[in-house]
Design a protein around this ligand. Structure first.
Ligand code: NAD
Length: 321
């Protein structure tokens, strides 16, 4: 069995490589070549933590395994990442464990890649202004990946805790995007593409604040009860997701479903757009919304890539189990 420690990941998997892997597995999911298994995610009743497992099998790329981990909100104060993730891969022919891979940076990269894939596929080609709601650990990754996927001219940002915005502004500055901190109303008026990446449990962005033609990548809602945008906004949008089963149960669409504003038939897997089976955006006026719930297969394909690259570079650690 191989170990690819967290400290090696940054040298092995780039944002571009994660984008390719995530786009390919979304396409495989839509073709029926890869599937995710039901998610386990539980509040521990300890350290305010959410803990769980995401697993699946990519028959096309032969990646089988699981990501275990979750969200420990007190970690930041200890100098640790709030998200803690480890991926275990198995040999799909024998069931034997094949690799243990540090999953923290990979989670950030694969999550950023998902919203970037959606932006590339669904945003208007003339989109100029990127709006970001959220300024935590994940927001800077979303920003970097979005800027690689589309040639934005500037960005606007809002966060419940405004003192966190300078970190986001510094990354915008580094990649050459002029940044302005704005109100939510201004953000909706100015942004052509909006990424939401918060841990909110109540709607932040309202239907009335979003202009026709906007694309939203809603990435923060990955648990029952979380919510970033008003359910009326979800109902008004053309809906896409990584996986419908997760979108309606633990993703941003869960609330519009329970309120009977939409049914699951109106939500399209983004893989169908990648495969050319769905046209995606069909006019410059419609609002498109990608519900990025985060699927286990995203984790498995980037972890498998890290293992292959670590083997090739001779840096994977070997041990017996
Ligand atoms: P973080 O703790 O570093 O940042 C949290 C962000 O949410 C900050 O911007 C904070 O100001 C904001 N926030 C906190 N409470 C809020 C509230 N009540 N209302 C509005 N904003 C609030 O977390 P992170 O690592 O940046 O992750 C952000 C979210 O993304 C989390 O909910 C996490 O579970 C989710 N996430 C989703 C995926 C996925 O695949 N969809 C992957 C990773 C993280």
């Amino acid at each position: 069995m191989l170990i690819v420690p967290e400290r090696l990941i940054a040298d092995l998997v780039t944002a571009e490589a994660a984008y390719e892997a995530v786009e390919a597995v979304f396409a495989a999911m839509a073709r029926g070549d890869a599937r995710n298994f039901p998610v386990v995610r539980e509040a521990l009743g300890h350290a305010d933590a959410l803990y769980g497992f995401k697993s699946g099998f990519d028959r096309a790329g032969l990646a089988l395994g699981l990501k275990s981990g979750g969200y420990w909100p007190g970690n930041m104060a200890k100098g640790l990442t709030n998200h803690q993730s480890t991926v275990v891969l198995f040999d799909p022919d024998t069931g034997q464990p094949s690799a243990l891979v540090g999953g923290n940076l990979l989670t950030a990269l694969r999550t950023a890649a998902a919203s970037a894939v959606a932006i590339k596929r669904l945003a208007r080609k003339d989109a100029k202004v990127l709006g970001m709601i959220g300024a935590g650990h994940q927001a800077t990754f979303q920003l970097r990946a979005a800027a690689k996927a589309h040639p934005f001219e500037r960005m606007v940002g809002w966060n419940l805790h405004p003192e966190m915005l300078p970190k986001l502004a510094a990354v915008a500055d580094e990649i050459g995007l002029p940044f302005e901190a704005v109100t939510l109303v201004q953000l909706g008026q100015q942004a052509d593409v909006i990424i939401t990446i918060t841990s909110s449990f109540a709607p932040i962005l309202k239907r009335a604040q979003v202009r026709p033609g906007t694309h939203l990548s809603c990435m923060g809602t990955d648990t029952v009860g979380k919510q970033e945008v008003e359910s009326g906004l979800v109902a008004a949008a053309k809906l896409f997701t990584d996986e419908v089963a997760q979108s309606i149960t633990l993703g941003e669409c869960q609330h519009a479903i329970t309120e009977d504003l939409i049914n699951e038939a109106v939500i399209t897997p983004i893989g169908a757009v990648i495969n050319g089976d769905h046209q995606g955006r069909s006019s410059d006026d419609e609002i498109t919304l990608f519900d990025g719930t985060g699927v286990g297969l995203q984790d498995l394909v980037v972890a498998a890539m890290a293992v292959e690259r670590a083997k090739a570079a001779g840096v994977a650690l070997e041990f017996e189990i």
